[in-house]
Design a protein around this ligand. Structure first.
Ligand SMILES: Nc1ncnc2c1ncn2[C@@H]1O[C@H](COP(=O)(O)OS(=O)(=O)O)[C@@H](OP(=O)(O)O)[C@H]1O
Length: 366
């Protein structure tokens, strides 16, 4: 109606001009609408998970917001020359890749079998190493433990590959399953996947490791016998029960010998579980060197959380919030009699000495 009144008052040339203007206006409104609705449909901005001890598949979240901003930028940049836009087949730009990586849902690249594995040891600090190394932009990792080389081997390599995140050429694929280190078949199976696989073992004083292991079991099954009852066949004679897993896992040299049948020692990197707590940046520096990565993770990434009593990530790649590992990491241990601890130290000493000789490093567990 308003349009008709208007049209009756204006000259024919300005009439055509107004129609043209209205047309362009309606068109640009429609394009803007389509663009915004596309963004809000495809980018659910998720909240960051507070702790990454839990299956973290997606360490973050702000990437969703970053992508949102990125797309909004395209919508509100009308003066981009056509040839300045990336060709559909162009490689992803670093900015896109970084945001996608942080979201844990990188859409670029392919799923590849892992190049590097954290194979052990249970309660050594394997979760900390994985969560710290995965903030590196050239590392992509599976959040949960796939247990492929021990429990799921019959599912086949294609199944295993399917669990992996997408990576571009320059990125390393990783996973961690601490039980591999003590699984007899694991080294042979891993070497048949690739003889070039890089292996990381996080080792910790075997006595503390055993107590940590027991503390975890007790938290799930409160009715189990005491640590002392399980650790010894005959306590008065100091006869340790090596068939108990919590004890057996800490006899590192025995397991390592099995790995050395299939891998050269230079393919295995040992992280000190103790130094990982006192100097996480130092340990991560060596892990990055071993993996052939640029040293990007430094002390700037960590802070010591007094409440937790452990180093935490200051600003994970995926989030602006500091993050610590979950509650199951860094538990208060069950109190064990000092005499029992001494007996176990004596038991482990010869195994430790041989292990230190073999790896060429004294972890100072006495
Ligand atoms: N930064 C940081 N935060 C919390 N916890 C840390 C950290 N660095 C190393 N650790 C130690 O990691 C121990 C758990 O080891 P794992 O992750 O290998 O355990 S598991 O085998 O996956 O269950 C865990 O053992 P407990 O202290 O006995 O709970 C920790 O001592």
């Amino acid at each position: 109606m308003a349009y008709r009144v208007l049209s009756s008052r204006v000259a024919p040339s300005s009439h055509r001009l107004s129609r043209g203007f209205l047309c362009i206006f309606t068109l640009s409104l429609s394009v803007t609408y389509l663009c915004y609705s596309h963004i809000f449909r495809s980018d659910a901005v998720t909240m960051p998970s507070q702790r990454f001890g839990e299956p973290l598949g997606a360490p973050g979240s702000n990437a969703g917001a970053k992508r949102l901003l990125h797309k909004l930028h395209h919508c509100t940049s009308p003066r981009v020359a056509p040839d300045a836009r990336p060709a559909p087949s162009a490689a992803p730009r670093a900015r896109d890749y970084k945001a996608a990586n942080a979201s844990g849902a990188q859409r670029y690249g392919n799923k590849k079998l892992p190049n590097a594995l954290i194979v052990g040891v249970k309660k050594g600090g394997t979760r900390a190493v994985l969560e710290f190394i995965r903030i590196h932009p050239d590392v992509r990792a599976v959040g949960t433990e796939p247990h492929f080389f021990d429990r799921n081997y019959d599912k086949g390599l294609d199944w295993y590959r399917g669990l992996m995140p997408r990576t571009i050429e320059s990125q390393i694929t990783m996973e961690k399953t601490p039980s591999y280190f003590v699984t007899h078949e694991a080294p042979r199976r891993i070497s048949s996947m690739s003889r070039n696989t890089k292996l990381i073992v996080v080792v910790r004083n075997p006595v503390t490791r055993a107590i940590s292991d027991y503390t975890q079991t007790l938290s799930k099954k409160p009715d189990i016998p005491s640590f002392e009852e399980l650790a010894f066949k005959n306590r008065s004679e100091g006869e340790v029960d090596t068939s108990w897993n919590a004890i057996r896992i800490g006899m590192y040299i025995l397991h390592l010998e099995n790995w050395l049948q299939y891998f050269h020692l230079s393919q295995i990197h040992f992280v000190s579980g103790e130094r990982l707590i006192t100097d996480p940046a130092g340990e991560l520096g060596r892990v990055q060197d071993f993996l052939g990565l640029k040293r990007i993770i430094t002390d700037k990434h960590f802070y010591f959380n007094r409440t937790k009593g452990f180093p935490c990530l200051k600003k994970p790649e995926s989030s602006s919030q500091p993050r610590c590992l979950g509650k199951s990491k860094g538990r208060t241990h069950v109190q064990i009699d000092q005499e029992v601890i001494e007996q176990l130290r004596d038991f482990y000493r010869p195994f430790n000495v041989k292990f230190f000789e073999m790896v060429g490093h004294d972890f100072r567990w006495d």
